[in-house]
Design a protein around this ligand. Structure first.
Ligand SMILES: [Zn+2]
Length: 161
């Protein structure tokens, strides 16, 4: 019998509890020290975390559910967690929406120009997820109305005057 990874064992023993714990962590990405910015291509997000082990960067695509973190990579490259081979989404995918929304609110309050790219990325991603009826949308807070009312740089510039 193959030796299973401890995370896979934990998942197989009690997948509901495993996913519940993952969802709790996912909702706290900001508290865990993660920052997010728009990636190089549409729907790609760069998550960074600086901690005792040095900075870590993961690229997350919520449309495909892909992430460059070990949790996701191990499932794709080595061994799926599930018996049917489906991929268990990582906390970065599960928590992306909440982290992006809170980041947008902070960037807007600081009148930081990085707001516009992240906002454009996020609007496009949400539309794409909606067209695919993605369950991820149900995990995330409704977009802040201050964000949806400020799609264009000109509006923010007006309010900055
Ligand atoms: Zn991940």
């Amino acid at each position: 019998m193959l030796a299973a990874h401890p995370l896979r064992l934990a998942y197989l023993l009690d997948h509901r509890n495993f996913v519940a714990a993952l969802t709790v962590k996912a909702a706290r990405l900001g508290d865990l020290g993660y920052a997010v910015q728009a990636g190089e291509t549409l729907h790609l997000y760069r998550l960074q975390r600086g901690d005792g082990d040095g900075p870590r960067t993961y690229l997350v695509n919520p449309i495909t559910g892909a992430c460059t973190c070990p949790f996701h990579r191990r499932q794709v490259d080595t061994e799926p967690m599930t018996l049917d081979g489906s991929i268990v989404p990582c906390k970065h995918v599960l928590g992306l929406g909440r982290l992006v929304e809170s980041t947008l609110i902070a960037l807007r309050a600081e009148r930081d120009s990085r707001y516009f790219l992240l906002c454009a990325w996020w609007i496009a991603t949400r539309l794409e997820l909606r067209s695919r009826h993605s369950p991820l949308l149900g995990l995330w807070p409704t977009p802040d109305e201050r964000i949806s009312s400020c799609h264009s740089p000109s509006k923010m510039c007006e309010s900055a005057r």
